[in-house]
Write a protein of this length. Structure first.
Length: 382
């Protein structure tokens, strides 16, 4: 039976960052992954994720974002991979919308550089976009995108170099307390460790049922279109990332054309999914879904629908209040959990890895994570 300081279950975004942080600290760490080192069955695929600092989900996130930017830059330097690209970003909607007003509140609280643009200025500077006359935008030059597949690959490559034991196609089948630590069983063996970290992505309801958090797993579709007239106006130096809120509170988000003339431009609805489980995920993108997105985005980006290129489902693991869960397990001192990233978590991957490594090795962290205590959702005393 092999023994480690820490075992990490799940090597997607958060798990891969955690094993890198632990290995870099000289911790004897085992990483277990249900699938291979690169797969599209979780929440760390799709080519791009938005990153931004003027955060409408809450000003409490901004200090974590500032650190995450630093760590993404360090990961790019250490790995030689293009894991982050700053294109600028627009948060668009009516002035009172959550997307605009929340972003503005965060920017003003933390002194983040930004501009407020009216509809005419949006159209002038970004002619791919067609806002209504009463819509405005917060423009943030430091917004952009991160590459999920490249990020996970960079984390795992560097963690392996630093001594992490990474095992793929080896899912955990069970775990149990063992003395002051844990015993983890897989189809291939049994391992012990002082600490267990579970970063389960959409498998949270299955692997963390005893946490008591009512996670909702949603199927979300990412779409790629070849713009009418070609990608030139949608290049990263001309077309920013954006999140756009309508009068009913619905949102779309999108990206520039970052993968050349054949890669198209990506767009998706935000929080407009259907319930699923990892085992029942519908991987087909249906004609009605394509038609719905084509009609919706055509009113706002008239040249984008063009020709449908491809679609790809992913999964959100959403908590009732849409905030994360990052904590020592309330019932198991030897277990740390990081999950429920609710469709807005990937930009935090490096700093979550740092936080989880702190918790697994010392039981505490200097980062502000009180918002992410699972007991807020279960009624248990803090």
């Amino acid at each position: 039976m092999s023994s480690y300081d820490v075992i990490v279950v799940g090597l997607g975004g958060m798990g891969s960052a955690t094993v890198l942080q632990l290995a870099a600290r000289g911790v004897r760490v085992l990483g277990l992954e249900k699938y291979g080192p690169a797969h599209d069955r979780g929440a760390s695929h799709g080519g791009s994720r938005i990153t931004r600092q003027s955060y409408f989900e809450g000003a409490e996130y901004v200090p974590l974002l500032l650190r995450s930017y630093e760590l993404f830059d360090q990961l790019a330097t250490d790995s030689g991979r293009d894991v982050i690209m700053l294109t600028g970003g627009l948060m668009i909607g009516r002035p009172e919308s959550r997307t605009v007003s929340g972003s503005r509140a965060s920017a003003e609280k933390w002194g983040l550089r930004h501009e407020i643009l009216d509809a005419a200025e949006i159209r002038r500077r970004f002619p791919t976009l067609a806002p209504e006359h009463d819509e405005i935008a917060l423009f943030e030059a430091k917004a952009g995108l991160v590459r999920p597949e490249a990020t996970v690959a960079a984390n795992l490559e560097l963690a392996g170099r630093k001594g992490a034991d990474l095992r793929f196609d080896e899912p955990m089948t069970s775990w149990e307390p063992a003395g002051d630590g844990v015993r983890v069983t897989t189809a291939k063996g049994t391992y012990t460790a002082g600490q267990l970290v579970i970063t389960p992505g959409p498998w949270a309801p299955e692997l963390l049922a005893d946490l008591g958090v009512p996670f909702a797993i949603e199927r979300m579709v990412q779409f790629w279109f070849t713009p009418r007239g070609g990608i030139d106006p949608f290049r990263p130096d001309r077309h920013p990332i954006y999140i756009w809120e309508d009068t009913e509170g619905g949102q779309i988000y999108g990206f520039p054309a970052i993968d050349g003339p054949d890669g198209g431009a990506k767009i998706a609805f935000f929080r407009r999914g259907t319930p699923t489980t990892p085992d029942t995920l519908d991987t087909e993108v249906h004609p009605g879904e394509i038609a719905e997105m084509t009609a919706y985005c055509g009113k706002r980006l008239p040249d984008l629908p063009g020709a449908f290129l491809r679609g790809e489902p992913c999964m959100y693991s959403t908590t009732p209040d849409e905030h994360f869960v990052i904590s020592r397990h309330p019932a198991h001192e030897a277990v740390t959990v990081a999950c429920g990233f609710s469709g807005h978590g990937f930009k935090f991957v490096p700093v979550v890895g740092e936080i989880v490594a702190d918790l697994a090795t010392t039981g505490t962290t200097a980062h502000p994570i009180g918002l992410f205590d699972p007991r807020r959702l279960t009624g248990a005393p803090s």
